[in-house]
Ligand binder design. Sequence first.
Ligand code: SF4
Ligand code: SF4
Length: 364
Amino acid sequence: MTDSLRDTLPAAHRHLLPEVYDRPAVVETRATCGDCAMCPKGDRTPGAADVFFRPDLKCCTYHPTLPNFLVGAILADDSPEMSEGKRRVEERIARRIGVTPQWLAPPRKQRVLLEAARGTSFGRSKALLCPYFDGEGGGLCTVWRHRESVCSTFFCKHDAGAVGDAFWMANKQFLGTVELALSRHAAQAVSPDVTEPRIPRLKLTIEDLEDRPPNEDDYAGYWGEWVGREADFYRACHAHVQAMTAADLTRLLDEPDEPHGPERLAELVRRHDTLASSAIAARLVPNPKMRTTTLPGGVGVTTYSLFDAMCLTPDLFEVVRQFRADETVAETRARLAREHDVEIPDALLLSLQQHEILVPPDAG
Ligand code: SF4
Ligand code: SF4
């Protein structure tokens, strides 16, 4: 039986998600994580990509912000394969850095570093590595079963190119809204006295700068009577979320505190519909923003993402160059068939459009 979108997400809250998550899972066949598609392969040709990741880092140069109920799910998971992830989470809680009632978050300094170095160092520097990544055995996530929305929705390559990317972005945004609403609600349900730090994103306290936890008074201000029992608090948040229903989540997302829920859900549905569509624009032209490089086997093209460069054969690249704004797609196809005996299958044309190698004339 085909997995649904829901089946691919953590058990802690997937039962709460709306009906769109019963649609079939979207499988990204080119994001071959076990044999990372972004890592150089010995003496094999590097293909079209000009950005590579280190095999001992892959795309896990990101420190996740785990909502309280997923932290609780990790702590409550007694299966042997979760023991290492649980140990790492417990270690992080003991350090008290980024440990708040709503989240087990990165040290704020780590966020500043990622923001400043993403463009140059994502996938390439150990300084950004996730604390839950185990570099042994090909690189594994020790909390995979309970990973958060960013990790659940990131793929370096998309079978449907930019259309797939837009779907995953919409999915990330909606799941992020759900995590925010649920973690806030669970924290208040378990203890109305706990509070979150009010420090703007990308601002650092002196403790943040010096890799120290908040001072005792501030920490006690966040946690109240739960200081020293943070793991119990997270477990209680997990139990609370597990006992909720889909109707509870819908009510939460309709509250004025969570203004983006309905609109992000609508966007997710729209993006999934587009993913399933095979409609081809009336007119297409080569993407004027496309970057090209000459490769031994053809032409490397980069369009919507540096991570999803493709190699076109010289013949296919020439076909792409034949599309013109003053002809409809049907006219160009007929001309290519008449003058060059070239038939362009619908699936190929759709793929070129989805990867934004061909775009509508007004999209450039
Ligand atoms: S999603 Fe990450 S681990 Fe998977 S193939 Fe891409 S870069 Fe590698
Ligand atoms: S939580 Fe797992 S998937 Fe996410 S960045 Fe860390 S190791 Fe990678």
